[in-house]
Design a protein. Structure first.
Length: 324
């Protein structure tokens, strides 16, 4: 009789019998182990500005080769990339760009040194991520992970050493994760991941919250930002919601709501707060949280020292991140 097998990739730790798929839709039990299903494949490859991840404090203005696969362990009703992440949509992809595809050579041809794992949830295809990330490191490059942060304890310990910069979605409070993301317990897993990564030397961590006006009240945002401040978060991106997927009937988040959210985050003490999905100039400058000096982002690599550290040209305070 086949034994039940446990997946250890994310905080759900799905128990699966032979033939069953995990919550992510791409991890599969073959009776002996939980493996990537035949449906799993890399389906998206794009050259992006690093600011699109979004990462504003990691090699500003450089290009990154971005890879995306299939599946996600959350079921957010507002998902912006549901065609890549949610069933039944992920079953519609018939071509694969994995195995012999020359990603490392492509990175060099694009004159980039940064590989990003993004678009869907990289945690659910972490075996592939690790294989590629090791090769990137061997060639002297860097790895970026854009993730919902719902690592298992084991995957957190395995993956973090291979990744240089993270953008983690911090979606809401506990009830938001339970009701909107359909993932009880995810709030704690994401919080633990943020705290763990912040405790590692040499890692850059930025957090993104997609602000949905109907759900993210000022009171909820304040509690969220206070929590992030206690976890040591330095950079947060407040992204504007546009109707999508099962929330296609909701209204877009207003600019005034985003600006109020930014004020709350700054009042809570988060040093660097940016607005996303709006036509502003947040991605052009870094503002020193100590003295207010404005630093042009395209000048940061020239101002950084040989360790890649950037100090405010006005007050000398260390600016969070890696800039060269």
């Amino acid at each position: 009789m086949d034994q039940v097998q446990r997946c250890d990739f994310c905080c759900r730790c799905c128990l699966l019998q032979k033939g069953e798929f995990g919550e992510c839709g791409v991890r599969y039990c073959d009776g002996n182990a939980v493996i990537d299903s035949p449906e799993q494949k890399i389906v998206a490859v794009h050259l992006d500005r690093i600011e699109k991840k979004p990462l504003y404090h990691f090699f500003p203005k450089e290009k990154t080769l971005s890879l995306g696969a299939l599946g996600c362990n959350l079921h957010c009703t507002f998902c912006q990339n549901y065609q890549l992440s949610q069933k039944p949509y992920i079953n519609d992809f018939s071509s694969s760009l994995y195995e012999d595809f020359p990603f490392i050579r492509m990175l060099s041809q694009c004159r980039s040194r940064i590989m990003s794992y993004t678009y869907n949830e990289p945690i659910v295809w972490q075996d592939v991520v690790l294989q590629i990330a090791e090769k990137v490191r061997q060639e002297g490059g860097f790895n970026v992970m854009v993730t919902n942060g719902t690592f298992s304890e084991k995957s957190l310990e395995i993956m973090v050493p291979h990744i240089d910069a993270f953008n983690i979605d911090f979606k809401g409070d506990e009830s938001f994760y339970e009701e909107i993301c359909k993932a009880p317990g995810a709030f704690r897993a994401v919080s633990d991941a943020i705290e763990y990564i912040n405790g590692q030397t040499g890692k850059v961590l930025e957090v993104t919250t997609l602000v949905i006006e109907k759900y993210h009240t000022q009171q909820i945002l304040q509690k969220m930002f206070e929590h992030l401040m206690n976890l040591g978060v330095n950079v947060i991106h407040l992204s504007r919601f546009f109707p999508a997927y099962k929330m296609s009937g909701e209204k877009s988040t207003s600019i005034s709501c985003l600006e109020q959210a930014k004020d709350i985050a700054q009042q809570c003490g988060i040093p660097y707060v940016y607005l996303g999905n709006v036509s502003l100039f947040d991605d052009r400058y870094i503002v020193c949280p100590r003295c207010g000096c404005t630093i042009e982002r395209n000048r940061t690599s020239g101002l950084a020292d040989d360790k890649g550290e950037l100090y405010c040209p006005s007050c000398g305070d260390l600016i969070y991140g890696r800039f060269a």
